[in-house]
Ligand binder design. Structure first.
Ligand SMILES: C[S@@+](CC[C@H](N)C(=O)[O-])C[C@H]1O[C@@H](n2cnc3c(N)ncnc32)[C@H](O)[C@@H]1O
Length: 220
């Protein structure tokens, strides 16, 4: 699915979100900056897709970044955008090719929802973190306000699939998006899954009224 839409993915992300997605990614970088004591942390960006978060982490944190994804067309677009210092690697998020305890931080943006197992993904993210390392999960979530939830639901389920389908040529990818979000755990459920996967100090902040949420957690 992502191979089909790779060429239009960035354009649609920015247009359909009114560029808010860029702000959300910057918030990931600033939360990790607060949490990480290391001057030049080593960060793994899982399901990096076309690399927008990898670029943000590299530019705002001066981090050493490794981006991984299992979709080569998405990675090819990323390769045209990231600095040569950012490494890109084709790999499955559920079987990461890294030793245990390799990274200061691990991020996953709009990727966890797409994994065959959310629990399996979280425990793999935890495995590759160093003790005291931090995970950041950026994902669509549930707006807390009923009016916003209704209005956003209308946009997300009715308008976005039409626009996304027209521009990308893949209606199924943009009907999959709201369907996968509605199946995904809400803010509190995801926090619980993260704790069960082995993270402590799990917390989240709603972004744009809960349209998205940023969860962070520490590996003890
Ligand atoms: C919605 S995109 C998000 C891309 C990027 N992180 C962003 O913020 O724009 C989801 C990405 O997850 C990747 N993905 C889904 N399942 C995966 C898996 N099991 N292993 C690696 N990547 C996966 C897809 O290939 C796709 O690039």
């Amino acid at each position: 699915m992502f191979a089909t839409i790779a060429g239009r993915y960035d354009f649609l992300n920015h247009v359909l979100s009114g560029n808010v997605d860029k702000r959300w990614r910057k918030i990931v970088a600033s939360r990790l900056t607060e949490k990480l004591p290391t001057a030049r942390p080593v960060i793994l960006d899982v399901a990096c897709g076309t690399g927008d978060l990898s670029v943000t982490l590299f530019e705002s944190m001066r981090a050493r970044v490794v981006g991984t994804d299992f979709c080569r067309p998405m990675l090819s677009i990323a390769a045209g955008k990231v600095s040569s210092e950012v490494e890109l690697l084709e790999s499955d998020a559920l079987r990461l090719p890294f030793v245990t305890g390799a990274f200061d931080a691990v991020t996953i943006a709009f990727g966890l929802r797409n994994l065959a197992s959310v629990e399996g993904g979280l425990s793999e993210l935890c495995r590759v973190l160093k003790p005291n390392g931090w995970v950041a999960v950026l994902e669509f979530s549930r707006p807390s306000n009923a009016v916003l939830r209704t209005m956003f639901g209308l946009y997300f389920r009715k308008i976005l699939p039409l626009l996304g389908g027209l521009v990308s040529g893949s209606l199924s990818a943009y009907t999959y998006l709201p369907a996968s979000v509605s199946r995904f755990p809400d803010q509190d459920q995801l926090a619980l899954l993260m704790t069960q996967a082995g993270f402590d100090q799990v917390s989240y902040q709603n972004l744009t009224g809960g349209i998205a949420a940023l969860h962070i957690g520490r590996k003890p």
